[in-house]
Design a protein around this ligand. Structure first.
Ligand code: UD1
Ligand code: CA
Length: 455
């Protein structure tokens, strides 16, 4: 990829129409910031992105892959000025460059490849992407000449009522010859709005007798530009549908696809069944033959093969194969369930390992613990992991039987094969194989809950 083309990604600008404290390009779409979607697209065609950010959107650079170049546009003087800023930071680049907007997340890689080819084929230093998206929108209108080349782009807010009726809109993606682009951008001047429009490049080309070619997309949806929250929702819906379709073509069953949300980075193996209302977020992955949902939320969670997760919330958890969860359970970060663990309703596990074959069926909390193999955790068992100052660990050995309503006051260890009776309050270690029953708590004095004066 020696001569990887440059891709200028415009992501500065004021994004006033979002009415948000968060810069537009940082708003999440399908689990990634808006700008990350177009970055993925330009990388898919082998281009090297250079992102133009404002001071406000500069934090986005933290999210970029290494090697993504960034240029800062101090003042949002318009899209033409943003490209000038980018070019000043891209001295060494040659050949054909792409220019795309950070707010068009749906652009397809094949479209960019096609546009790049047209620069040579049509002998046009500038090729732009147009689409027939109706006339009720804020896109720039494409005015063609008798040869079919672009004569001008006119922004809707500056267009005459006739121009507004033009069928073709500028979808905001360009391929340009870099040598030409450098000189042409320097000649752009602010227009009546005070802004420098990238779209005025068309007039620049024409003045030099050069042609500007159009690639008309057959899928105008790919040009959706996100300017406000309604556009954001529209784009998100399209991306989510694309994600689900990809998974379905790869062998995943969605019983009610429209009711499910799957983030961009989620991995799902073949023969997984996703039931309705299921939300898969972040870096979640699901192994072959598992069934998830209905109404499950999985965030940054790894699910093994042939697992069953029903109507539960799993965050930062790991499930080995053949684990069954729910309904109505909650796994929190650091929950690690080994092969064949069964967890029923109203259970919570946090920062704890449950070893193979352990069962925890009803109303239990296990936090900061290590639970052995084949342990039975009776209904209502609670690890008292927090003493008001720090978190303490509970250790339960293999084949232990924890009776219903056992309270385990950490730090405490229940030995392998030990049993606790129903309602036991375990404050001291239970040796291997022993039975421990009863409640050591006894009344010693009357509680005085009134505030005592310091003496
Ligand atoms: C732009 C096009 C319009 C096209 C539409 C397609 C211009 C003048 N108009 O209009 O013809 O139909 O996109 O979606 O280009 N930006 C900067 N710096 C700036 C201004 C903007 O980096 O000074 C970035 C924004 O972050 C945004 C992109 O450029 O990602 C486009 O800017 P925006 O203001 O959204 O342009 P539109 O009005 O949508
Ligand atoms: Ca826009």
């Amino acid at each position: 990829m020696g001569d990887a083309p440059l891709a200028i990604v415009l992501a500065a600008g004021l994004s006033t129409r979002m009415k948000s404290k968060t810069p537009k390009v940082l708003h999440p779409v399908a689990g990634r910031p808006l700008v990350a979607h177009i970055l993925q697209t330009v990388r898919a065609v082998g281009a090297r992105p250079l992102v133009v950010l404002s001071q406000e959107s500069a934090p986005a650079r933290e999210l970029f892959d290494e090697g993504t170049r960034v240029a800062i546009q101090d003042v949002a003087r318009g899209t033409g000025d943003a490209v000038r800023v980018a070019l000043a930071a891209a001295n060494g680049d040659r050949g054909v460059a792409f220019i795309v907007y950070g707010d068009t997340p749906l652009l397809r890689p094949e479209t960019l490849t096609r546009m790049r080819a047209l620069v040579r084929q049509r002998d046009a230093p500038l090729v732009l992407l147009a689409g027939e998206v109706g006339t009720d929108n804020a896109y720039g209108r494409v005015v063609r000449d008798e040869r079919g080349d672009v004569a001008r782009i006119v922004e809707t807010r500056l267009a005459t009522s006739e121009e507004k009726q033009l069928k073709e809109s500028n979808l905001g993606a360009y391929a340009a010859d870099l040598d030409w682009l450098r000189t042409a951008v320097d000649r752009l001047r602010p227009n009546d709005t005070g802004e420098i429009f990238l779209t005025d490049l068309v007039a620049e080309a024409r003045r030099e007798g050069k042609r500007v070619a159009v690639h008309l997309t057959d899928d105008p949806e790919e040009g959706i530009g996100v300017n406000n929250r309604a556009d954001l929702a529209t784009a998100e819906a399209v991306i989510r549908k694309r994600i689900r379709d990809q998974h379905m073509l790869a062998g995943v069953t969605f019983r009610d696809p429209d009711s499910c949300q799957v983030d961009s980075d989620v991995r799902i193996a073949a023969d997984v069944v996703i039931e309705r209302g299921t939300i898969l977020e972040g870096k979640t992955s699901i192994g072959a033959g598992s069934r998830v949902g209905p109404y499950a939320v999985l965030r940054d969670t790894t699910v093994g093969e042939r697992c069953r997760v029903e109507n539960s919330t799993l965050e930062g958890a790991t499930l080995e194969d053949e684990v069954s969860i729910g309904p109505y359970s909650h796994l929190r970060p650091g929950a690690y369930l080994e092969r064949g663990v069964q967890m029923g309703n109203f259970g919570e596990v946090k920062n704890a390992r449950l070893k193979a074959g352990t069962k925890m069926h009803h109303f239990s909390y296990v936090g900061d613990a290590e639970v052995g193999q084949r342990v039975n955790i009776g209904a209502g068992t609670i690890t008292l992991n927090y003493d008001g100052v720090k978190k303490n660990r509970t250790v339960i050995g293999d084949d232990a039987f924890i009776g219903s309503d056992t309270l385990l006051r950490a730090p405490v260890t229940v030995g392998a094969g030990a049993t606790t009776g129903a309602g036991a309050v375990v404050t001291k270690d239970v040796p291997e194989g022993m039975v421990a029953v009863g409640m050591p708590a006894r009344a010693i004095k009357k509680a005085d809950r009134r505030q005592k004066k310091a003496t």
